[in-house]
Design a protein around this ligand. Structure first.
Ligand SMILES: [Zn+2]
Length: 414
């Protein structure tokens, strides 16, 4: 550790994977907190987000992401899965280097010292009707060949794990999805997709495709342990069971789900089927692991009120999330092959679990005996804790330009 490093005093818990991030949205956190119209909803928030995204170039993205990633490290995340769809210039033309915006994220992660799982995102159509992207969506869009070229180029980048993301069922037509499965995806990282976040999306999918979104995906894509379904908030009982049995992971984003009024993920029912989940900060209205887990727990307690259900909720989600092996974010969460079907993965998970139980035990000991300075801590105060990831972030040189300055001085003048 260098002399300039800062030692943080904090509970000793295992580092977390942040399973869902749109880094640029950190710079607009708070801008949508004031109601402009009684009809404000996720869809009006999305319009604001489009306006904001339209002003961000590669340097802005690098600055915003670097600052965000340092915040995530300080909060306890050491890996971030970046669901990245801000690909082109604001008018939709590619940059001279089509991977320019992706590389800005790679540079930001290197600068901050966080492990990056980059998920270049395929975004082709404006909705289930298959219509062309609107003006504000053009910089997100790719044809299939261009997209596969981008993924192939990014896979040559050292120091970053590259997977793939489909923005949503709305944004990728069924034919394109089938063509994607025919491509050579050997060795590719995890596959992520936004799904069933809004009831309007469920209704439209039922109308256009004759099935609910998650059911449709399970019927039409090779969903397995490599997959992460982001949100998956609105599930039928049948979908809960099928999704859990598929081995896929669900990335729940409690603070963003609450901020946008998306709804509550049916966590107790999903856990009862042994479903895997992880945590993402999505739009980054919060970057705190603790706050995400608190929202997850309290949200479940507030679900409608069958007495028995409430009783179960009072003792389940957060504690289960904190139990090693239940929340995939504690272990892999980013598709590192620790699926239940993999024997070596199971061995690795058991090893990690043992290590994490010890860490959790230390954490609990700290809370019970805050004044203790002797014993296993070797004479240090029991809550004196050095978090390697934060140390690394503090070792870095200052950011070249601050995200706050970009937001307040240029992107949002006045
Ligand atoms: Zn998202």
């Amino acid at each position: 550790m260098t002399k300039s490093a800062t030692t943080l005093v904090a509970p000793d818990v295992p580092p977390m994977v942040n399973a869902h991030s749109h880094a640029f949205q950190r710079a607009m956190a708070g801008l949508a907190e004031k109601q402009e119209d009684p009809e404000d909803s996720f869809w009006t928030w999305r319009e604001l987000m489009y306006r904001f995204a339209g002003q961000i170039g590669p340097d802005d993205l690098q600055a915003i992401a670097a600052q965000l990633y340092v915040e995530l490290l300080k909060s306890g995340y050491t890996t971030v899965c970046e669901f990245h769809y801000l690909h082109h210039q604001p008018d939709g033309r590619p940059y001279d280097d089509p991977a320019e915006m992706s590389q800005a994220l790679v540079r930001a992660a290197a600068e901050a010292g966080i492990r990056l799982v980059l998920l270049p995102t395929l975004y082709m159509t404006r909705g289930f009707d298959g219509g062309p992207l609107g003006d504000r969506q053009r910089r997100f869009g790719h044809g299939l060949d261009d997209y596969l070229d981008l993924v192939a180029r990014l896979r040559q980048t050292s120091g970053v794990r590259v997977g793939m993301a489909l923005h949503s069922l709305r944004a990728v037509p069924p034919e394109a999805m089938q063509a994607l499965w025919a491509a050579d995806l050997t060795g590719l990282g995890p596959i992520h997709i936004h799904i069933a976040e809004q009831t309007a999306e469920v209704d439209e999918c039922l109308q256009r495709r004759g099935a609910r979104p998650v059911a449709w995906l399970l019927d039409n894509a090779p969903v397995d342990t490599r997959w992460t379904l982001v949100h998956a908030t609105h599930l039928s009982g049948d979908e809960i069971g099928r999704l859990a049995r598929s081995g896929a992971n669900v990335a729940i984003c409690p603070s963003t789900d609450a901020n946008l009024g998306d709804g509550l993920f049916p966590l107790p029912e999903y856990l009862a089927q042994n479903g895997a989940f992880s945590i993402g900060t999505d739009s980054h209205v919060s970057t705190s692991v603790v706050e995400e887990l608190r929202w997850l727990e309290y949200g479940q307690r507030l679900r409608p009120p069958a007495p028995e259900h409430r009783r179960r909720c009072r003792v389940t989600p957060c504690r289960r999330a904190a139990l090693p092996g239940r929340c995939r974010g504690w272990t892999d969460g980013c598709g590192r092959g620790t699926g239940r079907g993999c024997r070596s993965g199971r061995r690795r998970r058991r090893r990690i679990d043992r290590c994490q139980r010890r860490s959790m035990a230390r954490c609990l000991r700290v809370r019970r005996k805050p004044q203790s300075g002797a014993g296993r801590s070797g004479g240090r105060p029991a809550n004196h804790y050095r978090r390697a990831s934060c140390r690394r972030s503090e070792d870095r040189k200052p950011l070249p330009h601050g995200a706050q300055a970009i937001v307040h001085d240029r992107l949002m003048p006045g």
